[in-house]
Design a protein around this ligand. Structure first.
Ligand code: ATP
Ligand code: MG
Length: 159
């Protein structure tokens, strides 16, 4: 990893701009909740960008027209918590533990249309673990999905 100080607000703003036209096409409202939190962590810029691009792109992909995707950043002592919440199709309880596996896609027939490989979340999890962070997911079919990520503000405590 190429470790530097990462401003998560700035990174998420950039990603919102990258995904803005895709969201607009589906009439999906993208919201970034900052709560005046600085949200600066130590990490690898390119890898972390890949994490948030994958997760937010998934949220837009698996949410139907006129839905919402809300990303929020919260500081918690020596860590930063990021929530990525959508009002999308959701994931069934029995599928949920498997979504981080390589090549796993919930509905083969349905997801064929969205043209992915099922590698996105496996890569996301791998990168987060390399940063000593964590990712968890809660979901309800037909209601939506929320991914919760924690990152340490400082990495050297682990080296
Ligand atoms: P790609 O490799 O292009 O990202 P993918 O999106 O199918 O393909 P993952 O990102 O790993 O692969 O996601 C795995 C599966 O988890 C998806 O196929 C989808 O069924 C489900 N999934 C992921 N994110 C969401 C979400 N926000 N809402 C509902 N289902 C989701
Ligand atoms: Mg994906």
């Amino acid at each position: 990893l190429n470790i530097q100080q990462i401003d998560l607000q700035e990174m998420l703003n950039d990603i919102f701009m990258m995904l803005n036209s895709k969201a607009e096409q589906k009439d999906i409202q993208l919201t970034l909740n900052l709560n005046d939190e600085p949200g600066v962590i130590e990490g690898d810029f390119d890898r972390l960008k890949q994490v948030f691009l994958n997760l937010i792109n998934n949220s837009i992909t698996y949410t139907s027209t006129a839905g919402k995707v809300i990303v929020s950043i919260k500081e918690k002592n020596d860590s930063v918590k990021i929530n990525i919440k959508d009002t999308g199709i959701g994931i069934a309880d029995d599928e949920l533990p498997r979504i981080f596996e390589r090549f796993y896609r919930v509905d083969k027939a349905r997801s064929r249309n969205s043209g992915g490989t099922g590698l996105g979340l496996a890569i996301v999890k791998h990168i987060i673990e390399a940063h000593h962070g964590s990712i968890s997911v809660e979901s309800e079919v037909g209601v939506g999905t929320t991914f919760t990520l924690f990152f340490r503000k400082k990495l050297e405590t682990f080296s």
